[in-house]
Design a binder for this molecule. Structure first.
Ligand SMILES: *[C@@H]1O[C@H](CO)[C@@H](O)[C@H](O)[C@H]1NC(C)=O
Ligand SMILES: *[C@@H]1O[C@H](CO)[C@@H](O)[C@H](O)[C@H]1NC(C)=O
Ligand SMILES: *[C@@H]1O[C@H](CO)[C@@H](O)[C@H](O)[C@H]1NC(C)=O
Ligand SMILES: *[C@@H]1O[C@H](CO)[C@@H](O)[C@H](O)[C@H]1NC(C)=O
Ligand SMILES: *[C@@H]1O[C@H](CO)[C@@H](O)[C@H](O)[C@H]1NC(C)=O
Ligand SMILES: *[C@@H]1O[C@H](CO)[C@@H](O)[C@H](O)[C@H]1NC(C)=O
Ligand SMILES: *[C@@H]1O[C@H](CO)[C@@H](O)[C@H](O)[C@H]1NC(C)=O
Ligand SMILES: *[C@@H]1O[C@H](CO)[C@@H](O)[C@H](O)[C@H]1NC(C)=O
Ligand SMILES: *[C@@H]1O[C@H](CO)[C@@H](O)[C@H](O)[C@H]1NC(C)=O
Length: 344
């Protein structure tokens, strides 16, 4: 999988692993998916538990946390110990730090300066000396849950923008959420918005997800105006890392605002000549069901339907005209003054 860019973001199968043996029950919890970028770090949130932990902890003189790469059985000849907290043994990585406190059942670990060849499965192992407890937290019996997989990518994934189908009535309050994964919580991505509505209010924070990995969440709230119809709002995440690769990714959503006719007015063409065409102009959404009704001032019944009407400036057609535009959300009348057809 290393080298395959599509599948190479870090992912770690969400694991709640239990192992049953004669007098030991032990479990470890880690996220299912952690995404990591080359040139950045990745934090693996991790907690574990074993039966009678407090008792064992008191008996143990020392506790080591170990990460095994690829091999479940650390005793295998080709097993690869990536990290042993005892003497801070680190292999194949430039730095690894166990930031969790093992005495508090916390095995949270940060792997630094991630490279493509770090994509692999990793297993947590606990050793309490002398001869108190030794175990790798991945039972081979539990096929579905034994994989803790780190998968590295060269470029970040675009932020997630929700909802992605943004069709709202005007004047309603809209909440948009843009989130970008922060595999390296010390260097979270920055989020910026562009083409935002005037009334927008934005708050951004680093947040823990249910699987304990972190993401930067940016919340934008605004009141939808018909003027925002078809506005393309974009959210950009920028990742800091020690590589020259592009690390800015963007997601765009087009806002669709539903509203009754607005700015209804009449255009007269040509303004000189005997025959004129009156055109009823209006903004509405949706606009495909927009229809128009024409009235002559002083008359109660409509004189015509349709967007345009033709008039001859003969004596009996002198007067002022109005149109009413209508879609399924309402109607609006043009100003009478605008559509006065004056005679000679
Ligand atoms: C740890 O495991 C023991 C035994 O299974 C259990 O009694 C205890 O509540 C667990 N502790 C935590 C914090 O889960
Ligand atoms: C981790 O280091 C300690 C102390 O050096 C050693 O006793 C132990 O065997 C090591 N564990 C592994 C799995 O290599
Ligand atoms: C990954 O590659 C680097 C540089 O080529 C090397 O130093 C490191 O040992 C490799 N790590 C692993 C886990 O293979
Ligand atoms: C485990 O340790 C990490 C790093 O110090 C910390 O951020 C996290 O809150 C700890 N988790 C628990 C469950 O205490
Ligand atoms: C780890 O936790 C133990 C037990 O709560 C505490 O005594 C110890 O000081 C902690 N170690 C560190 C480095 O915080
Ligand atoms: C927003 O993007 C869509 C699709 O690319 C485009 O059709 C539309 O014209 C854009 N809206 C604006 C206001 O530019
Ligand atoms: C004006 O309209 C009348 C009636 O629709 C038509 O007979 C006449 O040809 C038109 N005049 C011009 C200049 O288009
Ligand atoms: C109005 O006049 C234009 C140009 O003379 C013509 O193309 C159009 O069909 C006429 N519309 C109506 C509704 O009569
Ligand atoms: C115009 O459209 C509305 C709803 O879109 C409909 O209720 C109304 O009957 C239509 N009027 C005409 C004259 O077609």
């Amino acid at each position: 999988m290393a080298g395959n860019q599509i599948t190479s973001f870090i992912f770690i199968s969400s694991v709640l692993v239990y192992t049953h043996s004669a007098d030991n029950i032990y479990s470890a919890e880690m996220p299912q998916t952690v995404t990591a970028l080359t040139g950045s770090c990745v934090q693996i949130p991790c907690t574990f538990n074993i039966s009678n932990f407090e008792d064992k902890r008191k008996r143990a003189k020392s506790i080591y946390g170990i990460w095994l790469k690829n091999k479940l059985q650390f005793a295998d000849e080709d097993s690869f110990i990536a990290f042993n907290s005892s003497k801070n043994i680190i292999r194949g990585f430039s730095d690894i730090q166990m930031t969790g406190n093992l005495s508090e059942r916390n095995c949270t670990t940060v792997f630094y300066n991630i490279m493509m060849n770090h994509s692999d499965r990793y297993y947590f192992r606990l050793e309490m000396e002398p001869k108190v407890f030794k175990g790798t937290f991945n039972p081979s019996t539990d096929v579905s849950r034994k994989n803790v997989k780190i998968n590295v990518r060269d470029s970040p994934q675009p932020p997630e923008l929700k909802p992605n189908d943004l069709k709202v009535m005007e004047e309603t309050t809209v909440n948009l959420i843009c989130s970008a994964e922060a595999p390296c919580p010390k260097q979270p991505p920055t989020i910026s918005w562009s083409n935002i509505p005037e009334s927008a209010h934005i708050t951004t924070q680093l947040q823990e997800k249910p699987d304990k990995t972190q993401s930067v969440f940016s919340y934008m709230t605004f009141k939808a105006s018909y003027k925002d119809h078809r506005r393309n709002i974009s959210c950009t995440a920028t990742y800091q890392r020690n590589t020259p690769d592009a690390s800015t990714v963007e997601t765009i959503v087009m806002l669709q605002v539903l509203f009754p006719p607005k700015e209804t007015h009449v255009i007269i063409t040509p303004s000189v000549g005997t025959n004129v065409t009156l055109t009823c102009k209006s903004r509405a959404s949706p606009s495909n069901d927009l229809n128009y009704t024409w009235y002559k001032h002083g008359e109660e019944t409509p004189i015509a339907w349709g967007m345009k009407i033709n008039l001859t400036k003969t004596q009996n057609q002198i007067g002022s005209y109005c149109c009413i535009a209508q879609n399924k959300y309402g109607k609006q009348s043009s100003e009478e003054a605008q559509c006065t057809v004056k005679g000679k």
